[in-house]
Design a protein around this ligand. Structure first.
Ligand code: G6P
Ligand code: MN
Length: 452
């Protein structure tokens, strides 16, 4: 079986390949292909991938590194899609332009997320078409390209038949933190319920061996005034690659974990996704942001630098500092997800999927994030009851903003895109929306569809 990683030049690729290789029996994988449009970057990352596959784990999995779509996708069974259109240079613009106008500047939320969405929609559609053309008929695309909410809405609208599952690691990262805070080793035995849109949702229950952890968790957050446990703050948590020395304890990430406490002080019933901070505490986020130094800069100075320095060092000396080679922990469950699809395990995962009545008081065609059992025919989504008005209202505003953005892109409509920006909760008025949009049109020349 062949697995293709689209966006092979990502800093996360080595960790993902390692997770695949560790499950090589289950997945029966004999070939891994890296595909990227940036040859130089991918060739460097491939050095590490080769080391992981053939030195560290000593497997006989074949590695193919290519910039050619036909070679990348021919007869492939799984495509792990992780494209970052415009790279970190454009992420920086997404974060800095809104901040200059006093609004949240973030990779996937607010205007930054919408800008990134407008760059990513059509490359993602092209990816689907390429895969359809060359891959095995029963292929699966596991897509975690951001902004997942907007990207998945575009895929639903434009390629409804594609065999694609959109996923995000944030809820799992939160469960990792919950497990550490509650002293639970076996985090895979935690069962949770959750509803929302991507980067816009809530845990409604978290159970371990049948025990409801929510009361303990509320007490923990109240006492510590942050969700991150000591072990994380000391830089030892499961989310860390030692290279980034626990990214979640630093800079902008630190604030969103602290924000969990602030939100829970007012609305203690459900545990919010960390990303809700950008909407519910937009003003505070802007106040503690530095418009000249944002998360994109932090990443470039840490995860990016460590990896590429580590590769250079390896090439010069033959010495490996494996710590610099691995970032992120999401490879594990992405590989688990592909194993569930392949082996029909019906394991439970959180996925982004068309609602189709699963949340009765959200539109039928909303792309929502819900738990599902995963088997060879795809997800069987777990339906729930109506959701409360507060969450439903927030979600409807966000959903309609995302839908208008996708419609605006497809139709090339300036008016609809401006409506999307104006409707977003992070934007205080129409004139601010327009000023940000106009700056973003300039910055995204060559990436965005033309708007009329
Ligand atoms: C989480 C989210 C991803 C996002 C990432 C950014 O994992 O689920 O969607 O891309 O954080 O992390 P970074 O370290 O690049 O800011
Ligand atoms: Mn995500």
């Amino acid at each position: 079986m062949v697995i293709t990683i689209a966006g092979g030049g990502s800093t996360f690729t080595a960790g993902i390949v390692k997770s695949i290789a560790l499950r090589r029996e289950e997945l029966e994988v004999d070939e891994i292909r890296l595909f990227d449009i940036n040859k130089e970057r991918q060739d460097k990352v491939a050095v590490v991938v080769d080391w992981v596959l053939h030195k560290e784990l000593n497997t006989d999995i074949k590695l193919v590194v290519t910039t050619d779509v036909q070679q990348a996708y021919t007869d492939t069974s799984f495509v792990f899609a992780q494209m970052r259109v415009g790279g970190y240079a454009m992420r920086e613009q997404d974060e800095k332009i809104p901040l200059r106008h006093g609004c949240v500047g973030q990779e996937t939320c607010g205007c930054g997320g919408m800008a990134y969405g407008m760059r990513t929609i059509f490359p993602m559609i092209k990816l689907i078409d390429d895969v359809e053309k060359y891959a095995k008929k029963d292929y699966w695309i596991l897509n975690y390209s951001n902004p997942a909410a907007i990207v998945s809405e575009a895929c639903r609208k434009l390629r409804p038949k594609a065999r694609i599952i959109n996923i995000c690691d944030m809820p799992i990262a939160i469960i990792d933190v919950v497990a550490a805070a509650m002293g639970i080793q076996n985090k895979k035995e935690i069962v949770y319920d959750y509803f929302g849109l991507n980067h816009f949702g809530w845990f409604t229950s978290i159970q371990y061996h049948g025990e409801d952890l929510m009361p303990k968790l509320r007490a923990y957050i109240k006492e510590n005034k942050i969700l991150l446990p000591e072990s994380y703050l000391k830089g030892m948590g499961a989310l860390t690659s030692s290279s980034s020395q626990n990214r979640h304890t630093k800079g902008s990430w630190y604030y969103v974990w602290k924000g969990e406490y602030e939100i829970m002080e007012n609305f203690p019933e459900y545990l919010p996704n960390t990303y809700l901070n950008y909407y519910l505490q937009a003003k505070e986020f802007v106040e503690h942001s530095d418009p000249n130094h944002t998360r994109a800069n932090e990443v470039e100075e840490t995860r990016e630098k460590n990896l590429f320095d580590g590769i250079d060092h390896y090439l010069k000396t033959g010495e490996v500092d494996a710590n610099t080679f691995y970032a992120g922990s999401h490879g594990d469950w992405i590989a688990d997800l592909s194993a569930a699809l392949k082996n029909d395990t019906k394991a439970r995962f959180l996925i982004i999927t068309e609602n189709r009545g699963a949340i009765p008081n959200m539109p039928y065609d909303a792309m929502v994030e819900l738990p599902a059992y995963i088997g060879k025919n795809g997800p069987e989504v777990i339906a729930r009851d109506n959701i409360p008005l507060f969450q439903q209202g927030l979600m409807m505003q966000q959903l309609n903003s995302e839908k208008l953005l996708v419609e605006g892109c497809v139709e090339g409509s300036y008016e609809k895109v401006l409506q999307a920006f104006t409707l977003n909760k992070t934007v205080p008025s129409m004139s601010v929306a327009k000023a940000i949009l106009d700056d973003m049109i300039e910055a995204n020349k060559g990436y965005w569809p033309e708007l009329h």
